[in-house]
Design a protein around this ligand. Structure first.
Ligand SMILES: [Fe+2]
Ligand SMILES: [Fe+2]
Length: 169
């Protein structure tokens, strides 16, 4: 689809997000399986459910505009997930692996925050209020997940695990 107008750009951003969310739904179960910390596992499981809702919301928006006619693969998300998985398979220590899962998760969230922030701004500019509200809802959830992951990384559980490991060395 040629991108000429802001509307075209909006459609392209929605396609990108739809592909990104689909890839995340595929990748998250593997991350959950690899996570050791229970709180981290629970946070990822919650976000898998939320991610399904994000995809549902994008499908709702597709019903308004039909942007999915020419779905394109989001190469940005593919790279983030591939890099994350490569690092994870190399790590043998559970606490270090949890730290890497959080890092990979936050890269995913930041990509989504950028995409949804952009798409919500386009929707506003184009007076697509209903779509804008749905995008904003997802944007807020992505931000919340990002800050929850930060709290987990900075909080006691991971710090304790990593400190214990450092003490053993
Ligand atoms: Fe999402
Ligand atoms: Fe997300």
């Amino acid at each position: 689809m040629p991108v000429i107008t802001l509307h075209d750009l909006f459609m392209q951003e929605l396609q990108d997000l739809h592909s990104a969310e689909s890839q995340i739904i595929e990748a998250l179960p593997k991350m959950i399986e690899m996570a050791d910390d229970e709180k981290l596992q629970a946070a990822l499981e919650d976000h898998l459910e939320a991610t399904q809702q994000h995809l549902d919301r994008l499908n709702e928006i597709d019903a308004m505009f039909g942007f999915l006619g020419s779905e394109k693969i989001c190469e940005g998300m593919r790279g983030i997930i591939q890099d994350g998985e490569r690092t994870l398979t190399e790590i043998t220590d559970a606490a270090t692996r949890d730290a890497a899962i959080i890092a990979a998760g936050q890269k995913v969230e930041h990509y989504e925050i950028a995409g949804y922030g952009t798409a919500a701004a386009y929707a506003k500019q184009l007076n697509h209020d209903e779509a804008g509200d749905l995008l904003k809802k997802t944007l807020d959830e992505e931000k919340k997940t990002d800050s929850d992951l930060s709290s987990l990384a900075e909080g006691n559980l991971l710090a304790t695990g990593l400190n214990e490991m450092a003490a053993e060395e």
